[in-house]
Write a protein that binds this ligand. Structure first.
Ligand code: SAM
Length: 244
């Protein structure tokens, strides 16, 4: 199945057993991917549904619904303080490949970037492409940028961690030993200048546990990718152990 091309569709495009293709999708399927009438491809709705579909001009016929097992067993939300320049593009791309569920772009006290409204569209596009490339069944949700204090007040999860580059904190890998596959997790990472003491205090008051990602200081772009890799490795080994 993996050699078939995938395209993302919106729920409104589904009508009974057919997909009404947009002009852009028709162009992409026929001109870019060079599919012809009768060729098959995979349609995904970004919310866990995949279908095997067959191209029929302006429409595609759904042949069957597919089962995919490429998602992490736990929902992970990353609250990422926006890094400078286009660094957040890489965060979105890499973390989508690694299985993130929700990304919250955060404006913290030391955040230097104040994103334009077009940035969100760009990140959504990057997430969609990365989800297709990594054969995920979900496209992660990317929220509008919010202040760190707002994100603390609105985010709820069974386990919440804040990554702090300095200080003597348990490693995230040890901290997530308590997590089971029925939990959900929030992980917050700071900007180039780090969290302020006030932000750290507010996070702890909100129930976040401070954690380390090792002895080296990681860039603001690297930290969320490392945090997610650590958690994904731990959680997937839990699932594989219980399956064997
Ligand atoms: N300027 C800060 C300092 O000197 O302490 C470093 C900030 S670091 C470039 C950006 C963010 O990545 C930090 O706020 C933290 O969330 C995360 N981070 C980087 N290295 C880390 C580490 N070794 N352990 C935990 N978090 C880390």
């Amino acid at each position: 199945m993996s050699q078939l091309q995938r395209i993302a569709i919106a729920p409104s495009q589904l009508q009974q057993e057919q997909i009404l293709l947009t002009k852009e999708q028709q162009h992409y399927l026929e001109r870019v991917l060079r599919l012809r009438e009768g060729d098959r491809f995979i349609a995904i709705n970004g919310k866990g549904k995949w279908w095997l579909a067959q191209l029929e001009g302006e429409k595609a016929q759904i042949l069957e619904s597919l089962t995919v097992e490429t998602e992490l067993p736990v929902s992970i939300t990353l609250m990422v303080a926006l890094p400078k320049g286009n660094g957040f593009d890489d965060v979105v791309r890499c973390c989508t490949e690694l299985g993130v569920g929700v990304i919250v772009p955060v404006v913290s006290d030391r955040t230097l970037l104040h994103p334009s409204p077009q940035k969100l569209e760009r990140w959504l596009r990057i997430a969609q492409e990365a989800a297709e490339q990594s054969e995920r069944s979900f496209v992660p949700t990317i929220l509008e940028p919010v202040s760190f204090m707002t994100s603390l007040a609105t985010g709820t999860a069974n386990y919440s961690y804040i990554c702090e580059a300095r200080g003597s904190y348990p490693h995230l890998r040890e901290a997530i030993n308590q997590v089971s596959t029925t939990s959900d997790i929030i992980i917050a990472t700071g900007p180039e200048g780090g969290w302020t003491d006030k932000e750290l205090k507010h996070a702890l008051d909100a129930g976040f546990q401070p954690v380390s990602l090792g002895r080296r200081i990681l860039r603001a772009v690297t930290a969320p990718v490392v945090a997610l890799s650590v958690v994904a490795a731990q959680l997937e080994s839990l699932t594989f152990d219980s399956a064997s």
